[in-house]
Every structure is written in C-alpha cells, then in structure tokens.
Ligand binder design. Structure first.
Ligand code: C2E
Ligand code: SIN
Ligand code: SIN
Ligand code: SIN
Ligand code: FE
Ligand code: FE
Length: 516
C-alpha cells in the first residue's frame, strides 16, 4: 500500500454501466507455467464484473516473474497461483515473498495445482498465508466465478476498513497540525494545506485542493481570508460576488451551527456561532470527482473541527484587540495629563518594533513589545501636576518623586495575567535602567535588564529628545542620533544603538509620518 491516504471506493453494486469506464478494473494475477491455464482463465472470466468494475488479468509464467510483478504493483486483488513451476514449490516461495517480504496482506491468494498430491492442502494452508486452495480441474466456469466474487468481496472490505482507519488517523493528524497555528491568517493557510494532504487519493483527486478558500464574516458579509490557486488573489472579496446563487441561498437558510454542502461543483462547510451571522466561518474547495460516502463524512468531521477552532481564534483576536485598545486608552489618558500630546506613544511603539526586528527577536516577542510599550510611563499618573508639568528643571527632590513612576507603573499592572500586561510591567519597571548600572529604580546593569526594557529605553529617550517637552525644546534628529551614539554602552545597550544606527533611514520615515 502506498503511504498516501486512500479512501474506500464505495461504489454501489448497481453502478450504472456508463460509469464503468471511470473505475479501475480489479487486478487479478494469473501465475502459471502452462499457457493453456492462462487462456482458459481468460475465456472463463471474460465479461466478468464486480461492483461495476471489470477485471484486468496480469499474466506471468514463473515464480520469478510473479515476485517482480508484486514488487511493482501493490494493488493486485487476487493471485491465482500455480504451485509447481521452476521448482516443486515455486508457488509457495511466491506466497512467502508476498506476505513476509513485501508485507502485502491484502491480496487474496488462491493456490491452483494440477497435482493435488504435490502439496497437501492442510499443511499448506496452515504454514502459508493463503486464502484458498483449488485443484485446477475444479475450476469450471461457475466455480471460478464464485471464487473470484468471494475473493473480490473480501479484498474490497479489507481495503475499505483499512482506508477508513487511515482516513480517520489522517483527520486527527490534520486537525492537530492546524491547531498549532495561532493567528487566523496562518491558520487559514494551515487548513487549506492540511486539506491537500487529506485529499491525496489513490488515483484521482476528488477535490481540487489547488482551488479553495476560507472566509469569515464582517459587517458587510462573508469575506475571503485566505485563498489558494484561483482564489489566491481574491483576499478581501465577498462571497456574494463569487459563489453561485443556489449555494448562497443555502448559506442563508443555514439553521444549524454546522452545515456542509457537497454539490456537483464544490465542497463548502460553514459554521455559525450563537446563530449570529457576524460569527460565521466558511471553507470552500472546488470539486473534481465524485466523493464516496466515507470521504464526505471525513470531510465533514475535519471541517467542523477546524471551523470551530477557527472561530475560537477569532474570539481570541477580538479579546486581544480589545486589550490593545485598552492599553492605548489608558496610556493616552496618562500622556494627556503631561500635555505631551501628539504621536509620542505611536512613535515609541514603532521605534521599539523596528529595533526589535533589527535585533532579530522572534515575531511573538516583537509584537508584545510593540503592543505593550505604550505602558512605559503609566506610573506618571501618580505624579502631581506641579512636578509633571513643571516648565523648568526639576529639583533633586522633585526628580526623586518623578523617578517613582517606574515602580508605580509596574505595580499598577502587577496583578494582571494578560500577556500584554506582563510585558508592559517589565517595560514600565525597566525603561529608565541604564546599561552601566546607574539607572533607576533598581540600578540593574547590562543584560540583567530585560531586552524589552533595553529596547524601550532607547526608543523613549530618542523620542523625548526629538520632540518638545514642557521643560525642553525639540532637538534636530541629527543631534538625537549623535547623543544616542555618544551614550552607547554607558546609558544604552551598545547592540541596540548599533541597530538604531543601521535603521536610520527607516527611523527618519517614522518621524515624517508621525509629525506632531
Ligand atoms: P520624559 O520627558 O519622557 O523623558 C524620558 C527620558 O528622556 C528622560 O528620562 C531622559 O533620559 C531623556 N531626556 C529627556 N529630555 C532630555 C534632555 O533634555 N537631555 C537629556 N540628556 N536627556 C533627556 P529621565 O531623565 O529619567 O526623566 C524621566 C521623566 O522625568 C521625563 O520623562 C520627564 O517627565 C521628567 N523630567 C526629567 N527632567 C525633567 C525636567 O527638567 N523638568 C520636568 N518638568 N520634568 C523632567
Ligand atoms: C499527530 O501526529 O497527530 C500530531 C502531530 C503534529 O501535529 O504534527
Ligand atoms: C489573553 O490572555 O487574553 C491574551 C493575552 C495576549 O496575548 O495579550
Ligand atoms: C515582573 O514583575 O513582571 C518582573 C519584572 C522584572 O523583570 O523585574
Ligand atoms: Fe519614563
Ligand atoms: Fe515616555
């Protein structure tokens, strides 16, 4: 059996004649050194059909040829096998090869011999894994038909069971692979890719996995999130402009959480959460052939599974989005008190993201830093107006009070287990630590300071210098870069400053874009 997923060919016994050509014939190997046996077998089995499929006789004349035939082809249903050929037991060697060396336990093997005394029936059946044993003279027209029928029926059922088992294993495997993805975009691609491995068929593709998409509802309707093949350029398009009317109608009428459509041209699965149209996800694949009942069931199980997970990811993204909005609202409320309006928070976030990227941090950490950097000065909420907005230099005493904003910001979000808050409180605590250990609040040094803290420290000072504060004027960007470089390895992590230097062009773009 090949490693590809094979599904059962569940073709009913009364498949219309005109579809016969569509299905492969059953392969029957005739292994015999007497030409006459071949011609008689051919004659007797002409016009034979089972399950709407005819026979393909494969004629070989020795054990050696037979072994080669079974090496080359793993989908032979029956082997009608002569015992005495090159040697007295050549046929029995073929049985050992098929079963033990090729590990083929599917082919139905029937021994045929002209010399019944040569290989005692009982002994052979016991010692060799064969399915039947016939005297050549027994194989009259009717008996051979009956034998081939029963062998094919057994072969079909064995293959079918095996394919069902493999199909279910594949569904579980595919689902697990898909669940690894965290973001809906990647997840959609994962679904479509897994479908392609799920749909590797024996001889013909039932679904065109090269054409398909996933869709998610927004205010205006169902929109394509990810597409492959023909739909790879359809991202953002609405399904009402793409799908045929009858399918759209069925989608409208959906009254169960999960629905699948196996139409002539496609497979479509749709799930709705809480009967809310705004929470619908769709999976679509173009169809080529006619799937079996088993294939349909497996597709339903798989798509129901992944669409539910898909929905959960959307809900999580909603939560994360709400959280990001909260972070900004909170940070902006603080910022507005100190009259440092404008784009300070956005620029610090963009700078931090650039630096994190330039330092090669992984995507997850980059995003966390980007999203939680606005929390760095949260603690300033506790600093009184007369200090916070003092137009002059702070006294030493006032500066001591000002310095408490790091610890206060950290403590304010200490209790939150949200990821953004966990990163946010580290940044709040450490954004005024210095590489040489002379910063505050804890005088941490070098890599004792988290990479998040070291990055935001650079971004925060860079932006504080480049724009106007109540106590200072804006600096020219050239002067800011000079200051940053001069304080590399004393105030700042030298690696972060090196990265800042290489990113000068991108940084200037940020300052063009977010001008106060
Ligand atoms: P901030 O305004 O957000 O400034 C953040 C950091 O940028 C400062 O941290 C400092 O490292 C750097 N920075 C800002 N302006 C200058 C500058 O003119 N020269 C230099 N060399 N560095 C500058 P730092 O010093 O720990 O201050 C923390 C916060 O304390 C500041 O946040 C600001 O809110 C306040 N602050 C600091 N100095 C003064 C001041 O003289 N007057 C007033 N009213 N507030 C001050
Ligand atoms: C499985 O084998 O079922 C899961 C393995 C994977 O998700 O990669
Ligand atoms: C959450 O805990 O709700 C999500 C955490 C996050 O990624 O922000
Ligand atoms: C924390 O409280 O989340 C840890 C802050 C630190 O890095 O010290
Ligand atoms: Fe600060
Ligand atoms: Fe700041």
């Amino acid at each position: 059996m090949s490693d590809n997923l094979l599904f059962a060919e569940e073709i009913s016994e009364n498949t219309p004649k005109d579809q016969l050509g569509k299905h492969k014939p059953w392969k029957v190997a005739v292994v015999d050194d007497e030409e006459q046996v071949h011609s008689v077998t051919k004659l007797v089995l002409r016009n034979f059909a089972f399950d709407g499929r005819g026979l393909e006789l494969l004629h070989v004349y020795s054990a050696k040829e037979a072994i080669q035939l079974f090496r080359d082809q793993d989908d032979i249903a029956i082997c009608l096998l002569d015992v005495v050929m090159e040697t007295d037991s050549a046929g029995l060697d073929v049985v050992s090869q098929i079963r033990d060396d090729l590990h083929n336990s599917y082919t139905r093997i029937v021994l045929r011999t002209g010399q019944p005394g040569q290989a005692p029936e009982e002994n052979v059946i016991k010692n060799y894994d064969i399915n039947d044993y016939k005297d050549k003279t027994e194989l009259t027209n009717l008996k051979l038909h009956t034998l081939v029928y029963s062998c094919l029926r057994a072969y079909r059922d064995i293959i079918s069971l095996n394919q069902t088992r493999k199909g279910l294993e594949q569904v579980i495997h595919a689902s697990n692979n898909v669940f690894h993805h965290r973001f809906t975009g990647e997840f959609s691609k994962g679904i479509l890719l897994q479908f392609s491995s799920l749909m590797q068929f024996d001889d013909h593709a039932v679904y065109a996995v090269e054409d398909g998409f996933t869709a998610h509802s927004d205010k205006c309707g169902l929109k394509i999130i990810e597409g492959i093949g023909k739909y790879s350029h359809s991202l953002g398009e609405y399904l009402e402009n793409i799908l045929p009317k009858d399918i759209l109608q069925k989608l409208k009428e959906q009254d169960t959480p999960f629905m699948s459509i196996h139409s002539d041209s496609c497979f479509l699965a749709s799930n709705i959460t809480d009967n809310k149209e705004s929470q619908r996800n769709v999976l679509y694949l173009k169809k080529l052939g006619e799937p079996s009942t088993l294939q349909k069931k497996l597709l339903d199980v798989f798509s129901n599974n992944v669409l539910t997970a898909f929905q959960n990811l959307y809900l999580l993204e909603d939560i994360e989005k709400a959280q990001r909005e909260m972070v900004y609202l909170l940070a902006e409320a603080v910022e507005s008190r100190s009259k440092e309006t404008g784009f300070h928070l956005q620029r610090v976030a963009e700078l931090s993201l650039l630096l994190a990227g330039g330092l090669g941090l992984d995507k997850d950490l980059k995003l966390k830093i980007y999203r939680s950097s606005p929390l760095h000065d949260l603690g300033k909420i506790a600093i009184s107006d007369n200090i916070l907005n003092k137009p002059d230099k702070l006294t030493a005493e006032e500066f001591e009070i000002m310095k408490t904003h790091s610890q206060i910001g950290h403590d304010m979000i200490l209790k939150s287990e949200r990821e953004l808050c966990q990163t946010g409180r580290i940044i709040a605590l450490e954004h005024h630590e210095r590489w040489d250990g002379t910063g505050y609040p804890n005088g941490k040094k070098g890599e004792e300071i988290s990479i998040e803290g070291r990055i935001v420290a650079v971004a925060d000072v860079f932006d504080a210098l480049s724009c106007k504060r109540c106590y200072k004027d804006a600096w020219q960007l050239d002067d800011v870069f000079t200051y940053m470089k001069e304080n590399s390895a004393s105030q700042f992590d030298p690696q972060v400053i090196e990265t800042l230097t290489t990113l000068e062009a991108d940084i200037r773009k940020i300052y063009d874009q977010y001008r106060d």
